[in-house]
Write a protein that binds this ligand. Structure first.
Ligand code: HEC
Ligand code: HEC
Length: 255
């Protein structure tokens, strides 16, 4: 006999199909609920304790990757290694302009940005334009560059660096970059000894930074992304810069 849709064999097939659909719906609902629960946990967990929760870190990284590609890669590069053309720092190392690189510090930078125009953004100071403003001559800037090269352990002209060292005090570089050149991460003055640069680091780029000053802008993301997305991105940047077999801080700085 030819089976019809009402024959017992078809009834079984329909029953199995219905069962499979129901199981699928239950699974989808469970996954959705799990994701909502993780999203909630990601937001309420204290940033200081997030890194120790591998399930949350994995969830955050999965959320953050496409957001990074869409919103951040244009400035910080696909592999988070920064782009000197726009002064965007490498986010994979342990050298931070702002704070110590904790999830909390990174999240704060993401929320309000740097010189973004929001009152809570990082915006204490700028790198002055010593050449443009006529505060230093070309020769003096040359000497300052040689001193910065020396500070960062690079090849330099020793006599010019000695002149530059005196200028470093006279021109008040030390007010922002500190007496030993180690910068100040409470207001984004870079560490000049780390040999990690936002805008190159060769003699020409250093000359340009001192001649023309710097006023790099990092957009604020509050209002553009949800708080959960911003936290996920902060955990992502943290996890990339603090891989599990972590080196001691700053061990991966270039010599
Ligand atoms: C328009 C370019 C631009 C975009 C887009 C951008 N950034 Fe930035 N970002 C910068 C610049 C420039 C700085 C450095 C500001 C300075 O020199 O003080 C910076 C700084 C940072 C810092 C601080 C690093 C430190 O050393 O303290 C973090 C973290 C960061 N960005 C993450 C992100 C993430 C995540 C995104 C995407 C949501 C993003 N940025 C999007 C340009 C950008
Ligand atoms: C008022 C504070 C201040 C003073 C004074 C100052 N700097 Fe800076 N400097 C900064 C800040 C802030 C930045 C980063 C600016 C940015 O990213 O937009 C910077 C950036 C730099 C950079 C570029 C670093 C890089 O990664 O590209 C160099 C080099 C530098 N300063 C050297 C000097 C020297 C040499 C002097 C003295 C002649 C000096 N600075 C004086 C605040 C200051």
């Amino acid at each position: 006999m030819v089976p019809t849709v009402t024959s017992p064999r078809w009834k079984w097939k329909w029953a199995l199909l219905a069962l499979a659909l129901a199981a699928g719906a239950v699974l989808a609902a469970a996954l959705h609920e799990r994701s909502a629960r993780l999203e909630y946990r990601l937001l309420v967990q204290s940033p200081a304790r997030l890194a120790a929760d591998p399930v949350l870190v994995q969830f955050a990284v999965a959320q953050a990757r496409p957001l990074y590609a869409q919103h951040c890669a244009s400035c910080h590069g696909d592999a988070l290694r920064g782009r000197s053309a726009v002064g965007a720092p490498d986010l994979t190392d342990r050298v931070w302009l702002y704070g110590e690189g904790s999830i909390h510090d990174i999240e704060r930078t993401l929320l309000y940005g740097v010189r973004s125009g929001l009152s809570k953004s990082h915006n204490v100071t700028d790198m002055p334009a010593y050449g443009l403003m006529g505060r230093l001559s070309d020769a003096e800037i040359h000497n300052a560059v040689q001193y910065v090269l020396q500070l960062s352990g690079n090849a330099h002209e020793a006599p010019a660096a000695t002149e530059g060292r005196a200028l470093y005090v006279k021109a008040e570089c030390l007010d922002c970059h500190g007496p030993d050149g180690r910068g100040d991460s409470s207001y984004g003055a870079p560490d000049l000894t780390a040999n990690v640069w936002n805008s190159g680091g060769d003699a020409d780029s250093l000359y340009r930074a001192i001649y023309s000053g710097q006023h790099h802008i990092m957009p604020a993301w509050i209002g553009q992304l949800t708080l959960e997305q911003i936290r996920a991105l902060a955990v992502y940047v943290y996890s990339i810069s603090h891989p599990p077999a972590a080196n001691p801080p700053n061990a991966n700085r270039s010599p």
